[in-house]
Design a protein around this ligand. Structure first.
Ligand code: GLU
Length: 301
């Protein structure tokens, strides 16, 4: 399949000929803090990609971490986005209501033999990396050193039966070889990319306390929600390499991507949730208008 970017609709060339695919985008915040100018830009960006193509704009709440999610953040998200002038389809998908979807995906991956239980604590992983003296690094830091990868299945099963908590990791080398061929994905700004799925090493796909992780849930949800154009910050560019592999293994449709710039403060630091002073809440209280927010983030597309 080949892709060409047009103004907002994607012309997709398949062996059977050309057809026009209507654009479906999403904004996927985590209700773990107040939205700030960076979120405003991300939401405006995703919304505009759909709007200018006469497509659909969806919201998804990435709320799988119950220790950090708060209901007041969720209602503030809707309130801030409406204030910005955005409209979206309802109902909004909340990841915490769809753990069965993630379990099904994990079962598929497990049947392919590309998952293994990992019993390591964070501290054990750090110690192992320190002992080894070196570890390949990815965008999130050193790769997992593989301590549990070679564990005999019977021993792992005993530990699980004994109630020892574990995460599920992807054996990325095995998974990539199972894909059987080089994978590619289309970034509408940077062109066709050759996937480098091992960039994060053996990532966690299900956490000890949650049957999902960001990487798994995002791929499953984008498929279920029919997202055709994933727009998100350029800090997640590398994550797309891995997502492309997961899509291949799970036989999910492959969207297109745009990775937009991030919004920084005056000192050039990327805005973070902890910067409450720059939250849309705080700016609204200071009298900012939605137009001023658009201007401040240089929103033009
Ligand atoms: N929840 C992610 C974030 O807030 C968005 C992830 C994505 O768009 O894939 O950065």
């Amino acid at each position: 399949m080949r892709f060409t970017a047009t103004s907002g609709r994607a012309r997709v060339c398949q062996p059977s000929g050309w057809f026009i695919m209507s654009v479906v985008t999403r904004f996927a915040p985590s209700p773990t803090g107040w939205l700030h100018l960076g979120h405003a830009f991300a939401a405006l960006f995703a919304h505009a990609q759909a709007a200018r193509a006469g497509g659909r704009f969806l919201i998804r709440l990435e709320d799988i971490d119950p220790t950090r999610v708060r209901p007041e953040y969720e209602s503030a998200i809707y309130d801030d986005l409406a204030w910005l002038g955005l409209t979206w389809e309802t109902p909004v998908r909340r990841q915490s209501e769809h753990f069965d979807d993630y379990r099904r995906a994990l079962a598929k991956l497990s049947a392919l033999g590309v998952l293994y239980p990992c019993f390591c604590t964070r501290k054990e992983i750090q110690d192992e990396i320190a002992r080894a003296g070196q570890a390949p690094h990815g965008p999130d830091g050193p790769h997992y050193p593989g301590t549990c990868r070679g564990r005999p299945a019977a021993e792992a099963a005993d530990r699980v039966a004994g109630g020892q908590p574990y995460a599920l990791r992807l054996d990325v080398t095995k998974a990539a070889s199972l894909a059987g061929h080089a994978l590619h994905w289309a970034d509408l700004d940077r062109g066709m990319q050759k996937a480098d799925p091992a960039v994060f090493g053996d990532v966690v796909l299900a956490r000890k306390e949650t049957p999902a992780s960001y990487h798994l849930a995002v791929v499953v949800d984008d498929a279920i929600q029919g997202i055709t154009l994933v727009t998100r910050g350029e800090d997640l560019f590398e994550a797309t390499h891995l997502h492309r592999l997961l899509q291949e293994l799970l036989r999910l449709p492959v969207p297109q991507w745009r990775h937009h710039r991030l919004i920084s403060d005056e000192a050039g630091r990327r805005l973070a949730k902890r910067d409450d002073a720059r939250s849309l809440r705080a700016l609204r209280e200071l009298g900012w208008t939605p137009e001023r927010v658009r201007e401040a983030v240089g929103f033009s597309t």
